[in-house]
Ligand binder design. Structure first.
Ligand SMILES: [Zn+2]
Length: 273
């Protein structure tokens, strides 16, 4: 049964595209004729600014992630809000994939129409239209700049410097995040939790899905395979970028979850770049 309408998401995307020439469609594809998928590109005035990838809604029953991604898009295209915002989001380049599982989103279910958990399908992303779309969005970026390599320390135009995958957790009593990074990369998870705690409780369980949780931060260092072929692993191994997977507790109220995601994004950008 449908509980949400994906057309509301696409309407907001199209409205944002009309509002600003800084926002363009980076990649578009269809899962079926009823579900166009969008990856949007926001280009800052300063084109050499770092590029951040934000994705949401790969699990359809995590709707605050989608709402947060849409609000981020709307914040970026609203010039009046830039002056009021305490954080200059519009000074960065963004790739935003706001709703990666429209079928699940409309029905409030984790899986896609084929009953698959899309966030386990990235070993061979071409096997599902949704994961193929995500991989194409990311690889399109890389193909334009084939000089990028894992060990480049100089900022290369077009390289994704930070990836943020937005999720929710119905079993969690508080916010937490997965921090997937190389051992050379300085951790920023604690700084994010420190800012989120003002808005929302933090998950203090000693372990989450058999991984050690330290005050809301679960670190996945270098090549971690225990989570399966998630988007985070794909980003780490195929795109060579650090990735934070943000999780808000689904049982909390709507605006708290969105605010927690937004402050986490801002803090991540501030500390990572
Ligand atoms: Zn999820």
């Amino acid at each position: 049964m449908k509980v949400r309408n994906y057309a509301d998401v696409t309407d907001r995307i199209l409205e944002a595209l009309r509002k600003s020439e800084h926002l363009t469609v980076w990649h578009q594809a269809y899962t079926t004729s009823t579900y166009p998928l969008y990856c949007l590109r926001y280009t800052a005035e300063q084109k050499s600014s770092p590029l951040i990838y934000v994705s949401a809604g790969i699990h359809g029953d995590e709707p605050a992630s989608v709402e947060c991604a849409l609000r981020l898009v709307e914040l970026l295209v609203d010039n009046d809000l830039h002056n009021l915002s305490p954080f200059p989001l519009n000074e960065y380049n963004w790739l935003i994939s706001p709703c990666d599982n429209p079928y699940g989103y409309e029905r409030d279910i984790r899986e896609n129409a084929a009953g698959l958990d899309l966030n386990r399908m990235f070993e061979t992303p071409t096997q599902c239209p949704e994961t193929a779309f995500i991989a194409e969005s990311l690889q399109r970026k890389q193909c334009m700049h084939p000089q990028n390599t894992r060990n480049n320390t100089i900022r290369k135009k077009g390289k994704i410097e930070l990836a943020l995958d937005l999720h929710e957790d119905s079993d969690s009593n508080g916010f937490y995040l997965w921090e997937r990074r190389t051992s050379q990369c300085l951790p920023i998870g604690n700084a994010i939790v420190k800012n989120v705690v003002a808005l929302c409780a933090i998950n203090q369980e000693p372990s989450i899905e058999d991984h050690r949780n330290e005050n809301g931060v679960v670190t996945l260092l270098d090549q971690v395979t225990t989570k399966g072929w998630t988007r985070g692993r794909y980003l780490a191994e195929q795109v060579n970028t650090r990735c934070l997977i943000l999780e808000t507790p689904t049982h909390l109220d709507w605006e708290t979850r969105i605010a927690a995601h937004l402050i986490a994004i801002q803090t991540a950008v501030k500390h990572a770049l």
